[in-house]
Design a protein around this ligand. Structure first.
Ligand code: LMR
Length: 394
């Protein structure tokens, strides 16, 4: 039967990881996959994670199954981190998932089960795995304009115009903060306008929040998600712990589904449990246990927040350094957007040819759509990148 299999399209982010590894040049710079790296190029295990793991190894007495939704303490801790007090707890169903991608996958399965006709609207551009999973599941989708290639800011007029075509029951996938791949984000008043429009149309939000703490701060980055969650009767939120806890390979995420009331929540929770059982049964536990240990211990939590803040400030400093260097080299303000963008990524607006030229001539690896991972830089590589950007004619 396997002779009937066809080659699947390569994920462009993962393909780039392979190309980077195969490049023998010592001075190559990896600005591809969204993994944080410090100035030495290392993705460190965070201090609080190390300590939580030490405690878990010392104290854990069983590896027996948890529950189909994962450990309820993980759900409670994550609901607190992402939603705060925005929504009454008895309206929220939640399941632990294998990473944020698992949460996205389960949210789409839930949508498909609840409403076969619902279309899912995606920002153009978005994280490539969003449309990939949606197409794989056979869910109808649409796109809305999001990025203005000229200003490298949000094309808000275009977004509002496109979302004007929403039908009742459509789902809009929104990036809660730190938009991937552009780095351009809605302002608070713009969020309010999007919420009002979606409510008027009877649309349902699906918020993907994978970079909480990488933009302006843990609470600041959750504000839009909390506003959305509080505004709608029904809402889906997929959150990842990969980046802000630095536990990428532990596959730790959560799907929260907000129902209109506590009665409906019970059915939604049961359906989420059912979907977990169908797809992978019990969700992974180790990363979730690490996260719960950190969030519920005041000392560990304070240390985690402090390290996350150092990480965030480091990325902001790199953004500013790159914007300043490009200002110096070009004698213009046209790269000012780099300091304004938030999160791990910025789309710099280079053409595919310019991206290829930077890779060939200078060993700089960014995704073909010119998304670059700011955390792949350090203060020594910033001037090299700036020079390469100018040389490529961006
Ligand atoms: C990225 O966008 O680079 C990350 O979310 C990693 C991935 O799985 O694509």
């Amino acid at each position: 039967m396997f002779e009937h299999l066809k080659e699947q399209p390569a994920d462009k982010i993962l393909a780039l990881m392979g190309e980077y590894r195969a490049d023998p040049r010592k001075e190559k710079i990896d600005l591809g996959v969204g993994v944080y790296r410090n100035a030495e190029g290392v993705t460190p295990v965070m201090r609080a994670v190390k300590e939580a793991e030490r405690r878990i190894v010392a104290d854990q007495e069983t590896k027996a199954y948890t529950g189909m939704a994962g450990d309820p303490a993980f759900s409670d801790a994550m609901i607190g981190l992402v939603l705060g007090e925005a929504v009454p707890r008895d309206r929220i169903a939640a399941v632990a998932t294998p990473g944020g991608t698992g949460a996205i996958r389960q949210s789409l399965e839930l949508i498909r089960l609840a409403s076969a006709d619902a279309r899912v609207w995606l920002s153009n551009p978005t994280w490539p795995n969003h449309p990939s999973i949606i197409n794989y599941l056979g869910i109808p989708s649409k796109t809305y304009r999001y990025f203005d290639e000229a200003t490298r800011d949000v094309d808000f007029a275009g977004m509002i115009e496109d979302l004007g075509a929403l039908a009742e029951g459509d789902v809009v996938l929104l990036h809660g903060c730190c938009h991937n791949p552009t780095g351009a984000n809605l302002t608070a008043p713009q969020w309010e306008e999007v919420i009002a429009l979606m409510k008027a149309k009877g649309a349902i939000p699906l918020v993907d929040i994978a970079y909480q703490g990488f933009g302006d701060g843990l609470d600041e980055d959750a504000q839009a998600t909390r506003r959305v969650a509080a505004a709608f009767d029904e809402c889906l939120i997929a959150a990842s712990c990969s980046k802000n806890f630095g536990i990428y390979r532990e596959r730790t995420g959560i799907l929260m589904a907000i129902s209109r009331d506590a009665e409906q929540q019970k059915v939604t929770q049961g359906t989420l449990n059912f979907l977990n059982r169908q797809n992978f049964s019990f969700p992974p536990d180790h990363g979730a246990r690490v996260v719960t240990t950190i969030l519920n211990d005041p000392e560990l939590r304070a240390d985690w927040e402090a390290e996350l803040e150092e990480t965030r400030n480091g990325m902001l400093a790199l953004r500013q350094q790159l914007a300043d260097e490009l200002k110096r080299l070009t004698n213009s303000d046209r790269f000012e957007f780099l300091a304004k963008h938030r999160g791990m990524f910025s789309r710099i607006g280079a053409s595919p040819d310019q991206v290829a030229a930077m890779r060939e001539a200078d060993g700089i690896y960014m995704v073909g759509d010119s998304r670059m991972n700011i955390a792949g830089l350090n203060s020594e590589t910033v001037p090299k990148l700036a020079a390469a950007i100018v040389k490529a004619g961006v």
